[in-house]
Design a protein around this ligand. Structure first.
Ligand SMILES: [Zn+2]
Length: 340
């Protein structure tokens, strides 16, 4: 019942303020004049995910009717495993810094080149952004944050997303020195190389202590400068190799799902990494104060009915039952005043 990407592309052209997860892709082109467009949807109340379909019908219909919606609980049976070594992943460093935007619904870095190659399919990196708390659940467990690296293919206009959980860094495990400044790019890279040569890194269990990720510490050092939706800032130089190395050294849990923001288009190639990135408690507080809360609730198992359809049926049945019930007998006068 999911809408095709082609029909959603037509719809998306009329609804440019949706799809922050697909911002900068064919589904949601970036504004040509460089302004940061603030999303019209949200995460609570009447603009929250329970009502996304109604915010722009029929463009957002898949949010309420799609049967392969994201995010989901990543449990055995819903994904297949792909080793990081089986994909090709490159992300260009950004030595001059990058544009970091507050879209109202997330904070997003506009990237400057990167490629994901899986089998015969090749995708180009457009941006990465953050959700707080994590959207996917790791076998039922929510994580502190989740980073989405959004790729699109040139020919078939398919979307692929790498989702990576971010944990609060274990202070004991975090480096004693501050995160490597951008100027130390070469030494950071050589340190990672040396460590990998010494011991091949095993996949991290979910409970592993996590050190702070230098990329995140660098980014979030300026996140307070974009606390107002619609604003942007130039980041310090960004070194991407640390994150790329961690992703390639771990595995991906892959499944076919959807955008986690309106229009909830399906056919998205999800790669949820078994790696963990880390953020210090101070940086987590800083980015939380800007993002607030931007996580769509977990969707049904892929292939099962959309939860909102089930909910609508349940609500209708409940309404019928209430209407059919005999009128309640008038309440007897209380023998004594209630004690409050
Ligand atoms: Zn996202």
């Amino acid at each position: 019942m999911g809408l095709t990407l082609r029909s959603l592309l037509l719809a998306a052209s009329a609804t440019r303020a949706f799809a922050s997860c697909a911002h900068g892709t064919f589904l949601r082109p970036r504004a040509e004049n460089g302004t940061v467009e603030v999303g019209k949807f949200g995460y609570s109340g009447s603009i929250g995910p329970l009502n996304w379909a109604a915010l722009d019908a029929p463009a957002n219909a898949a949010c309420a009717t799609g049967t392969r919606q994201s995010p989901i609980d990543m449990v055995e049976g819903v994904f297949t495993v792909l080793q990081g070594s089986e994909i090709e992943l490159t992300v260009n460093d950004m030595p001059e810094g990058a544009e970091f935007e507050n879209l109202g619904t997330t904070v997003e870095v506009i990237t400057q080149g990167g490629t994901l190659k899986v089998g015969e399919k090749q995708f180009e990196l457009q941006q990465f952004h953050f959700h707080l708390p994590s959207e996917h659940l790791d076998a039922g467990k929510s994580q502190a944050m989740e980073m989405h690296m959004v790729f699109q293919s040139a020919g078939t206009q398919e979307i692929a997303v790498i989702g990576t959980y971010i944990n609060i860094a274990d202070q004991a495990a975090a480096p004693a020195t501050p995160p490597a400044p951008p100027a130390a790019k070469r030494s950071l890279r050589s340190r990672i190389t040396r460590r990998q040569e010494a011991t091949p890194p095993p996949p991290l269990p979910a409970t592993a202590a996590t050190g702070a990720t230098a990329l995140l510490e660098t980014l979030f050092s300026v996140v307070d400068q974009i606390s107002t939706p619609g604003t942007k800032v130039k980041t310090p130089p960004l070194v991407m190799s640390e994150v790329v190395d961690v992703l390639k050294a771990n595995a991906f849990q892959i499944y076919s799902g959807s955008l986690t923001t309106p229009p909830c288009s399906e056919g998205v190639n999800w790669h949820v990494s078994t790696a963990r990135l880390g953020v210090t408690p101070a940086s987590f507080t800083k980015v939380r104060d800007v993002i607030g809360f931007n996580s769509r609730y977990p969707q049904n198992t892929p292939g099962q009915p959309n939860i909102l359809m089930l909910s609508a049926l349940g609500s209708a049945a409940a309404a019928v039952a209430v209407a059919a019930a005999p009128a309640a007998a008038p309440a007897a006068a209380p023998a004594a005043a209630p004690a409050a």
